[in-house]
Design a protein around this ligand. Structure first.
Ligand SMILES: C[S@@+](CC[C@H](N)C(=O)[O-])C[C@H]1O[C@@H](n2cnc3c(N)ncnc32)[C@H](O)[C@@H]1O
Length: 222
């Protein structure tokens, strides 16, 4: 009997926002193909591979890739306006698509199949900054942090590798605590102030401005 396939990944957030302006279409048609993973390999031989899931406006990915030129950084996002925000940051001029940073590549799709396709221990770091909280209990399955994904991240991360998670949503914070309490893959450090070496993100700024209290977890693969 043929093996029963697991259900395909589904995405529940928005992937299209407001109508794309001409500039955004230019970025997607002309620049994205120059930086899209895996079609365009890194232009350096990276010492290790880092992956960011849901980069939003791209400030965190851009900054970390800049600070660590010896690392290969794959930034994944599905929301077109976010993809355009990072492309725009990298190509501020209209003149023509610039050469992309040698160590930064953009993956404009769901990060989960990419994660599953990585070789065991291929990742040095994974970043999940302010994921969509899906606060309603009946939507809990949509949250990125989930017992099932934990095993998948653990497989992809090398021993000693780090998974960074940040969230400002109280329901998600409790959820992360519950999921982490039930696992053995990672040693967990929890902080209530952003650790040194973690660039700020747009969602964090919004959360702080609204008086919410982000939590930052650093998970080290055992
Ligand atoms: C709340 S935003 C946070 C953005 C950014 N990290 C920040 O802190 O400003 C979460 C983002 O994750 C993206 N996202 C959700 N699931 C994803 C997935 N499976 N793969 C890639 N991106 C995803 C969404 O499109 C959204 O832009």
């Amino acid at each position: 009997m043929a093996a029963v396939k697991p259900p395909p990944d589904r995405l529940y957030g928005r992937s299209r926002g407001k109508t794309l302006r001409a500039r955004q279409e230019w970025l997607l048609e002309r620049f994205l193909p120059q930086i899209r993973w895996p079609d365009v390999p890194f232009a350096v031989t990276p010492r290790e591979l880092w992956l960011e899931v849901g980069f939003g406006g791209g400030e965190h990915a851009h900054e970390l890739a800049r600070r660590h030129p010896d690392v290969g950084y794959i930034a994944a996002e599905v929301f077109e306006n976010g993809i355009c925000a990072l492309l725009s940051r990298l190509a501020p001029e209209e003149a023509g698509p610039p050469a992309p940073p040698p160590n930064l590549r953009l993956y404009p799709q769901d990060a989960r199949p990419l994660l599953r396709g990585l070789a065991e221990g291929a990742l040095g770091k994974l970043f999940l900054m302010f994921p969509d909280p899906w606060p309603k209990a009946r939507h809990a399955k949509r949250r990125f942090v989930h017992p099932q994904i934990l095993a998948e991240v653990a497989r992809a991360l090398r021993p000693g590798g780090e998974w960074r998670i940040a969230s400002d949503d109280p329901t998600y914070q409790r959820w992360v605590e519950e999921v982490l309490a039930e696992q053995d893959f990672f040693a967990v450090e929890r902080r209530e102030a952003r650790p040194a070496g973690w660039p700020a993100t747009r969602y964090e700024a919004k959360a702080l401005a609204a008086g919410r209290h982000p939590v930052y977890w650093s998970l080290t693969r055992r």
